[in-house]
Design a protein. Sequence first.
Lengths: 303, 411
Amino acid sequence: MVDVQQVRKTFGETVAVESVSFTATPGGVFGLIGPNGAGKSTTIRMIMNIFRPDSGQILFDGHRITEQDKNRIGYLPEERGLYKTVTVNEMLIYLARLKGAAPADAQKRIDEWLERFKLVDWKHKKIDELSKGMSQKVQFIAAIAHDPDIVFFDEPFSGLDPVSSDLMRDTILELGQSRRTVLISTHIMEHAEKICSDIVLINRGREVVAGPLKTVKEHYGHRSVIVEFDGDRQLFDTMSDVHVIAGYPRYVELRLDEGLSPDDLLTRIAGRLSISRFEVTAPSLHRIFVEQVGREEKDHELR
Amino acid sequence: MNYAKLGTIIRQEFRMTAATKAFLAMTILGPFLIAAIAILPGLLAQRQSQPSDDTRIGIVTGSDDVFARFEVSLAGTPVTPVRFTSERDGRDAIDSGAVQGSLILPDGFEGSDSLRYVSRTGTDMQIASILQATAGHIVTSTRIAEAGLDPEHIARLTQTPAVRTVRHESGASDDTATDGFAILLTALMFVMLIYMTVLLYGQMIGRSVLTEKIVNTKEIMLSSVRPTELLFGKIIGKGAASLVQYGVWIGIAALIVTVIGPRFDISLPAGLTIINLSYLLVFFLLAFFLYATAFAAVGSGAQDEQQFGQLSMPIIVFLIVPLVLVSPIVMNPEGALVVGLSHFPLTSPIVMLLRILVDRPAWWEIGLSIALLFGAIVLAGMGAARIFSVGILRSGKAGSWKEMAAWLGRR
């Protein structure tokens, strides 16, 4: 379990993280989300014990993080890189040993993961021969080859093709369902929505929204309506009590004003558009993100 | 400090340095290369300034007798005289390449104060000095004869002895004592060896730190180890690789000195002794650790190769200073400045080694120099660790020396 309690970090005059608190427990996937520059990386580096917080504390299973705890953590940083002149296996063994893993155990796990990610043929190739996607998978293996209790994946899906992306998602979900504490950081809400059980949204170094994803969705934002159709999309723009949150030529996500029920909307558009899908749904994380961060920004400008 | 992790980093850095073709090539070719760099320019300059054995020079004179006297006097020198009777012919021969230059001897030149030597380059000083000596000899012997004296008798009376410089060595006769010039060559080779390897390995460490930033391995590394473990792991790992290289070089040299030289009766360069080789190793290691920490600090402050180059300049200057001063140091190894530089840690490895080779500094002086280097290494290591901890995670703007100094105080 990772318990982050009101951590704060400044660099000179710049406040990178003002106050962030959350608790990530084993048995799910915890999402740390926020726009670029929100303070995610600094928060992650504090969890990784690369930076020490100015105030507040980070507890690992109830005790303050120590240097030894580093061995229990697996980390896939956003800024990825591996030594280019060494082989895949040498790099993986080296990183696992730096995490205190016994070489034989690490080798066994590395072989299993290489098999799973279809990288066996690349085991003894130099890193600089790998494609970007392969290199990303190798980094992913590096994060888990020492069998950590806690894993942190920073933007795990960036640079992956859809097949690899699905494989990665399934693996992360699997890790989450095991006894491990799994944290991911992303700014792609669709991914967070699909795999996170709990989230904390941070902006300008402070947490804005936190809690189980279900509760957050219920608490923030109104229900929205998704319509897939053939016809003139402009129709929705003419309605003053309907707001387009996400709009494409044949797909819209809409927020309705208080007085307008989904039934009313359906009556209104029936016959004018050829409707293939009409769904009343909880607001997407994307929408909550945009609304909450947007409001924060507006408040900040007014200040 | 987690020593198991430090050991893992040391092993990996050693492997990444030593298990490369470049390392193998350098280990084998290094001494040749360094000997070439240290000794060849001197040899080459000497060779080039020796005129070739058959340098044809025109002697412009109307007199058969004068030409015959030049012919006799120039025998045994590299100059072969060719006679011309007019200055025009002498100059034309230069244009056609028949001769390299022509000495113009007007009638009655024995009485004149200056003569002209016209040559293609105007810079062939060696030929000019041979001609000067020859013409001088002919002119003075003519004047002596005209004064009614015996030129040979005068020559015997004015003969000056040559002075040969030998190094005083207790227990050795001056006939077998080492030649100063030979010691200078050995000293130059040692100095070049230290300079090149310290620069090479120092920059390798700086680049290795910079690479952690450029290829973005810094975060994954720092999520596993402390910055100091990473820094010292790199320095010690690469240091061990350099030690292996020096071990091979010195091993070969020692083998030559103790076994191959005496058995096959090969005369060895003066100063190439086991004790001097040991000093070379000691001062290399001290210089390596001092400069490696400095380069590592600079590597963590830079963002790319170019900035690394700029930030390393002040460090390299301290490596170059003793190199530039080799001849003043060798000529006057007990001068106040030299003694000072031989105790100042940034210059002492090279300067003290030079002093040991050409002079005999007191044991306490050598000890003091080594102790000061140790102290400097400890301080530099602590400073570099501070700078490294801040610098390694910095991105964007490059650090300056001023900023890096400020990082020293940061926690």
